[in-house]
Design a protein around this ligand. Sequence first.
Ligand SMILES: Cc1cc2nc3c(=O)[nH]c(=O)nc-3n(C[C@H](O)[C@H](O)[C@H](O)COP(=O)(O)O)c2cc1C
Length: 350
Amino acid sequence: MLYTPIKFRNVELKNRWVMSPMCMYSCENGMANDFHFVHYGSRSQGGTGLIMVEATGVEPQGRITNHCMGIWNDQQAEELKKIVDFVHARSESKIGIQLAHAGRKGSTWNNIQIPVEEGWETVAPSGIPYHPSERIPHVLTVDEIREQVQNFKDAARRAVKAGFDIVEIHGAHGYLIHQFLSPLSNIRTDEYGGSFENRSRFLVEIVDAVNEVLNENTALFVRISGTEYAENGWNIDDSAELAKVLKEHSVDLVDVSSGGNIHGAKIPVFDGYQVPFSSQVRKEAGVRTGAVGLITKVEQAEEILEKEDADLIFIAREILRNPYIAVQGSFEMKADCFFPHQYTRAKISS
Ligand SMILES: Cc1cc2nc3c(=O)[nH]c(=O)nc-3n(C[C@H](O)[C@H](O)[C@H](O)COP(=O)(O)O)c2cc1C
């Protein structure tokens, strides 16, 4: 299964390995640079089916730190296009970008909030900081919420222009969209708070706005936190319900992670610990899903796919250790995978 193709709209991935989005905190003014070119380019040489560029701010205040990636202007998109063009010209990988807004978790360094003068005033659905020691975030007005939806749409338009094959909306890990979804961080009383439908409205509006600028050559993924591990918080049943809605709104895959919204939440971590969330969302919503979290071995990834717990395997830390995990796995499984022609003498043939 790992080395069978899969199609989202017109975008065909050659295999099921996805480089999970990972912030590298290495930009100035949100601009990609040589580091990112080599970092993402090398994963394409390793045969990865899909490379997902890290959480990328849709506005400057949408970043987690001053060194996060951005796509709020055309110049940033032009730098990213160089990476996209390389991946398309020199490999069989596809490349996506994760569009993000950090909300109340922005203006930090090393996970610690930095002063407004060095960072910025954070925003959120309600005036509840992530940690009690942090500043109370500015509560977004309805007009400001609409501006944020527009920011995601503009960012997606730039991503399409840069040639990305996939746009992923970051709705997980306690960032702005997740803050809206959770009744623990969203206590609004207007149409963006209260009921499940109201708390999901911000995400659904972003999905619809982004879809207006996508086409058949750019598919749409959404990353969610399956659960936030907190009593009365966002849970896996909510996620399955949300996934049904997302499917109706032409989302092609739900990438199921977990946690991030509740400081100090106890997370039971073990190999493949988030796979059951992907499995439940996939089965209940009938939507394609990605599994992520401590998936490090080829057989483990294959088993997840064979059990139909997910359609794609997102790997993060393991692909930082080993950019060639996809092609190496193909040698093990005697399957076909892209390997640079320049490296042919090193190929272990199937
Ligand atoms: C350095 C680093 C940066 C990360 N940045 C992001 C990010 O930008 N967006 C995101 O959704 N998840 C991010 N994550 C989470 C990973 O995508 C992944 O979900 C998590 O690490 C679990 O997978 P793993 O066990 O294979 O590492 C990051 C993880 C790491 C280690």
